[in-house]
Design a protein around this ligand. Structure first.
Ligand SMILES: [Zn+2]
Length: 324
C-alpha cells in the first residue's frame, strides 16, 4: 500500500512581531496557533516547508511582475506603504516580502507536482493593487501566485471568501484571462465601484465583468452560512465554464460570527464553522473534478486571532488537504 500524499504548510519561520500586533491586537498570534491546531488535528497529514529553502524554484521576481517598480522601491527602501501601514516600518516591509515569497513558492511547489495542496500560512494580501497598498496589504501574493501558475502553463482560478472584497487581486489581474471571484459584503471597505454595484450596497447581488474575467458575489449585511452557500451556487457555473487547472482559495476568516466590529467593520457577518466547512468542501470537489486536486490556500483577514481564526484556518486546511 502506498502512503497517502502529504500536503504542504508553507512559511518562513516565526512570524510573531510587535509591529503586526500594532495593526491589530494579537494579530501575529493567529499563525503559530494555526500550526498548533494542525499539529493537534493530524501531524502526519502535512509537511512543514520553510519557503526560504525553495527560493531557487522562482525563475523571476514575482513582486516585479505584479507591482510597479516605484511602489516596490518605496516599500524596500523607505519602508513605507500608504494604505497598508502608517509611516516608516522596516519590520512590516520585511514581513510583506516574506509573506509574498511564501505564497509564490507554495504555488511553485504545487505547479511542479511536489504537493497537490499547499497552504501559505501568513498570506492573502488581497487588497494590494499594482501601485497602492490597502487594508494591511502591501504585496499581493494571491496575484503573484496566479502569475506563477500562468507561467508554468496552468490555468488558475481565484476564489476569495474574505468578508472584504479582493479588490487588489481583481485589479492586478484585470487584463489577464485569469478569473477572479470574490465573495464579500458590500456595505464595508473597500469602497471600490469595481467590486460592487453602489446602488445595491447592503443587498445581495452579483457584480460581474465577464469580459475581464472578474466576478463578485456581493452579500447583504449580516450575511450567514446560507449567504455563502448562495455564493457557491452562483460560482458553480463559472468554475465549470473555466475548468481551471488549479484553485487559489483565499480564506479570510473575518466573516466569522462574533468578530469585533469596532476596529474593522465586517457588516456584522455571522458565518459559523459549518459555513466555512461547507465552502471548503465545495472547493475541494471542484478541485478534484477539474484540477487533479490542485489547490493553493492562503489566509487573509481574521480578527479573532487567539481562538476562532486559527481554528477556521486549520479546519479548512484539513478539509482541503485530508486523505491525499
Ligand atoms: Zn477582510
Amino acid at each position: 500500500m502506498t502512503e497517502p500524499k502529504k500536503w504542504a504548510l508553507v512559511w518562513a519561520g516565526p512570524i510573531g512581531s510587535e509591529e503586526l500586533d500594532e495593526l491589530f491586537p494579537n494579530m501575529s498570534e493567529r499563525y503559530p496557533r494555526t500550526v498548533e491546531n494542525l499539529l493537534m488535528d493530524d501531524p502526519d497529514s502535512f509537511e512543514q516547508v520553510n519557503s526560504k529553502q525553495f527560493r531557487y524554484l522562482l525563475d523571476r521576481d514575482y513582486i516585479e511582475v505584479v507591482h510597479d517598480a516605484e511602489y516596490i522601491a518605496e516599500i524596500e527602501e523607505q519602508y513605507e506603504c500608504a494604505g497598508a501601514w502608517e509611516g516608516e516600518n522596516a519590520a512590516l516591509a520585511t514581513l510583506a516580502g516574506i509573506s509574498f515569497d511564501s505564497t509564490v513558492i507554495a504555488a511553485a511547489l504545487v505547479a511542479n507536482g511536489t504537493f497537490d495542496f499547499a497552504y501559505s500560512l501568513a498570506s492573502g494580501q488581497h487588497h494590494a493593487k499594482r501601485a497602492q497598498g490597502g487594508g494591511f496589504c502591501a504585496y499581493n501574493d494571491v496575484a503573484g501566485a496566479a502569475m506563477l501558475f500562468r507561467d508554468r502553463g496552468l490555468k488558475p482560478l481565484i476564489i476569495d471568501i474574505d468578508i472584504h472584497a479582493g479588490d487588489g487581486t481583481q485589479s492586478i489581474l484585470w487584463d489577464t484571462d485569469t478569473p477572479t471571484i470574490s465573495v464579500h459584503a458590500g456595505s464595508i471597505f473597500p469602497y471600490d465601484p469595481m467590486v460592487k454595484d453602489l446602488e445595491q450596497v447592503g443587498k445581495r447581488h452579483t457584480f460581474h465583468w465577464p469580459a475581464n474575467h472578474a466576478y463578485n458575489c456581493v452579500l447583504e449585511d449580516r450575511p450567514i452560512d446560507e449567504s455563502l452557500q448562495w455564493a457557491m451556487n452562483e460560482i458553480d457555473p463559472i468554475v465549470r465554464r473555466y475548468a481551471p487547472d488549479v484553485i487559489v482559495f483565499v480564506v479570510g476568516a473575518d466573516g466569522h460570527v462574533g468578530t469585533p466590529q469596532n476596529m474593522i467593520p465586517t457588516a456584522d457577518a455571522s458565518y459559523t464553522y459549518s459555513g466555512f466547512d461547507a465552502t471548503a468542501r465545495r472547493v475541494r470537489e471542484w478541485a478534484d473534478e477539474f484540477c487533479g486536486g490542485r489547490i493553493l490556500m492562503t489566509g487573509a483577514g481574521g480578527y479573532q486571532p487567539l481562538d476562532h481564526t486559527p481554528r477556521i484556518w486549520a479546519n479548512t486546511a484539513m478539509r482541503l488537504g485530508g486523505n491525499r
